[in-house]
Design a protein around this ligand. Structure first.
Ligand code: HEM
Length: 196
């Protein structure tokens, strides 16, 4: 982030800085697993992404969040992930996600930051799908960017995050929400991806 971006997006800057370490170690865990080295690895990686996305699915239907992010329902990637799993004849498990409905608005924004931000990382991963003959029509639908481009979708998201009125205490709750979301992603990986 440049200094100008930091000034324009102070809340996004905080979200990024408190989660940088957790993001880096998550990124390292995923890459050390070598998701694109074999179909077997990739399917485990897909299952990890599915568990994460199924967990957060209620956020994309949340009225309080839709009042802030008005294109929210179209941002959800759960259906793409289900289709990707079906491409590989994988069963779709049920994920308990009721507690996500109970999050306060600031905490929910923190969670959403982590999931929407992961689409930036998806751009890096999408470059590797050719190795396994995957595409946005088979097995890697969820990694494709939106039709209006990832950069534009991310900028809109950042603007909306900055636009919400939050007290200092609520901002802390938002940051905790983001850390909790990263912790949840770590748990999914630790329980689901054995080292290759
Ligand atoms: C191997 C896997 C991953 C790679 C290679 C990766 C890589 C990246 C890259 C290159 C960016 C853009 C940084 C920038 O614009 O300067 C990014 C942003 C981000 N990623 Fe990841 N990522 C990965 C996995 C994940 C996962 C699993 C999550 C969350 C569950 C995640 C959450 C985020 C967030 C929240 C941001 C936004 C950071 C910001 O505020 O600018 N990433 N990632």
């Amino acid at each position: 982030m440049t200094n100008i971006v930091k000034q324009q997006y102070p809340r996004m800057t905080k979200l990024r800085s408190v989660t940088t370490d957790s993001h880096q170690s998550l990124d390292d865990k995923v890459m050390s697993f070598k998701p694109f080295d074999s179909n077997e690895n990739y399917i485990k990686f897909l299952n990890f992404q599915y568990r994460l996305m199924a967990k957060v699915a209620p956020l994309y239907q949340s009225k309080q969040l839709i009042s802030v992010f008005n294109d929210l329902t179209s941002r959800c990637r759960l259906d793409y992930l289900k289709q990707d799993l079906r491409d590989f004849k994988q069963s779709i498990s049920t994920v308990e996600n009721n507690e996500l409905n109970a999050l306060s608005l600031p905490a929910a924004i923190g969670w959403l930051y982590v999931i929407e931000g992961s689409k930036l990382g998806a751009a890096v991963l999408a470059k590797q799908v050719g190795k396994l003959d995957l595409s946005d029509e088979f097995g890697a639908r969820f990694l494709a960017g939106p039709s209006n481009g990832r950069g534009s979708a991310w900028r809109e998201f950042m603007k909306s995050v900055e636009s919400v009125n939050l007290s200092e205490q609520e901002e802390e709750t938002m940051l905790e929400g983001a850390l909790n979301a990263f912790n949840f992603a770590h748990t999914c990986i630790d329980n689901g991806l054995e080292q290759a």
